[in-house]
Design a protein around this ligand. Structure first.
Ligand code: CDP
Length: 227
């Protein structure tokens, strides 16, 4: 299928499987995949390592200046690096998940991440996932998807993912984290999580990857008149 050079924006609640879906879509259509959440997670890890965030998630104003020297980038395999260090594993930990939403609610952090996202967007043919891609980062994206899934399914997926990476979280702790992040992400002042008016909703609670791909393929064919 010959897909035009569009931007596909995928937003939704925590652990709805946005990044797995986005990666598969990118591979299928030959697009570049970009995980905006990884950048917020990277900034959070940086703030933790530099002691610029307190135990209860209060961000020090010094983070703004410190960000000027922060080098976050993706390597050839799409893993996030901080300078020469690959930080892909650390940014997925419960410690980072526990503090990422307060960090992502800070307006200058969002501006810093947005600048990077726009740089990537200039190249076109990208699939980007996050919370505000279709509403704030690329409001003109030609295809917007808003993903949801039941809380039970989302918590189980995140729990299984953490266990497969060698962590030993409590399911209750995972549920709590999803609820807290969804609340903060949808109630913050700057670019809160919400479904864009022109986004197509995908509830994948009971869907396989094959079904998800068939769904988006049908959507693209219909929207862009591709046979
Ligand atoms: O993988 P999961 O869906 O749990 O989260 P993520 O995409 O890695 O994003 C982690 C956190 O970054 C979210 O809970 C948001 O607080 C923040 N985020 C955001 O504010 N805006 C985005 N475009 C992407 C992520």
């Amino acid at each position: 299928m010959n897909v035009p050079d569009i931007i596909i924006a995928i937003d939704g609640f925590s652990s709805t499987g946005k990044s797995s879906f986005a990666k598969k879509v990118a591979r299928k259509f030959g697009f570049l995949y970009l995980d905006s959440g990884a950048l917020y997670r990277g900034v959070t890890l940086f703030a933790q390592e530099e002691r610029l965030i307190s135990q209860i998630g209060i961000v020090s104003p010094s983070l703004e200046t410190a960000l000027k020297d922060l080098d976050l980038h993706f390597d050839g395999e799409g893993r996030l690096c901080m300078g020469p260090r690959c930080i892909e594993q650390q940014i997925r930990s419960m410690e980072v998940s526990a503090q990422v939403s307060p960090v992502a609610a800070v307006p200058y952090v969002r501006a810093w991440v947005d600048e990077k996202l726009h740089d990537f967007g200039r190249k076109g043919r990208i699939v980007m996932d996050g919370r505000d891609i279709g509403t704030a980062v690329f409001p003109d994206a030609q295809l917007k998807i808003f993903m949801t899934a039941s809380e039970e399914v989302r918590a189980q997926r995140r729990y299984d993912e953490l266990v497969s990476k060698g962590e030993q979280p409590l399911l209750e702790e995972v549920v709590q984290n999803l609820r807290e992040r969804d609340y903060i992400d949808s109630h913050r002042e700057t670019a809160p999580l919400r479904r864009a008016d022109d986004a197509f909703e995908l509830d994948n609670s009971d869907m396989s990857f094959e079904e998800e791909l068939a769904w988006i393929q049908g959507l693209i064919q219909g929207k862009f008149g591709i046979l």
